[in-house]
Design a protein around this ligand. Structure first.
Ligand code: AMP
Length: 145
C-alpha cells in the first residue's frame, strides 16, 4: 500500500475485520472486542463522526473531546485493540497509520504536532480499538501527564 497515494475519499466504509491480532497479548479476542467499541460503530456507519480523511485502510475523524485546537484520531478499519494486540502482520498497516497521521496534521495546517497511542487502561486507553491521536495547534508540554 502507499499512503501518500491514497485518495482522501471521505465516505465511511464498513469496518474490515481481517484478523484478531496475534501479537504480544495473544489477541484471541482482539478483533471482536475492538469491533464492539464506539469506533467499531463509527466504522460501520452506525454513529456519525466528523471525518477528515478516509481510505480503504483507515479513517481519521475529530476527537469529540478535543485536548487542543486540532485533535484528530486515526484508526485502522481492521479491529486491533492496541499495539499489544498488533503483530508482524500489521507492520505495513501501522506504518500507514503514522503516515496518514502526518498527512492529516499537514492538512490541518500544523507545522508541529504530537502523536499518541495509548495501549492499555493503565496508559489511559479508554476506547479499545487502536487509534493514533494527532494533537496540535497549541504549545504542548513534555513530559505528558
Ligand atoms: P484513549 O483514551 O487513548 O482511548 O482515547 C479515546 C479518545 O476517543 C478520547 O480522546 C475520546 O474523547 C475519544 N472519543 C470517544 N468517543 C468518541 C466519538 N464518538 N467520536 C470521537 N471521539 C471519541
Amino acid at each position: 500500500m502507499s499512503s501518500s497515494e491514497a485518495s482522501p475519499e471521505l465516505q465511511v466504509q464498513p469496518a474490515v475485520v481481517v484478523g484478531t491480532g496475534g501479537g504480544a497479548s495473544g489477541g484471541a479476542s482482539g478483533g471482536d472486542a475492538a469491533n464492539d467499541t464506539i469506533f467499531g460503530r463509527i466504522l460501520r456507519g452506525e454513529i456519525p463522526c466528523d471525518a477528515v480523511y478516509a481510505d480503504e485502510f483507515c479513517l481519521a475523524f475529530r476527537d469529540v473531546n478535543p485536548q487542543a485546537p486540532v485533535h484528530v484520531l486515526v484508526i485502522p478499519r481492521e479491529a486491533i485493540v492496541n499495539l499489544a494486540d498488533a503483530g508482524s502482520q500489521h507492520r505495513e498497516l501501522l506504518g500507514h497509520l503514522l503516515l496518514v497521521a502526518a498527512k492529516v496534521a499537514r492538512q490541518e495546517g500544523l507545522s508541529g504536532w504530537r502523536t499518541v497511542i495509548n495501549s492499555g487502561a493503565e496508559a489511559g486507553q479508554t476506547v479499545f480499538h487502536l487509534h493514533v491521536h494527532v494533537i496540535g495547534g497549541r504549545p504542548l508540554a513534555w513530559p505528558p501527564g
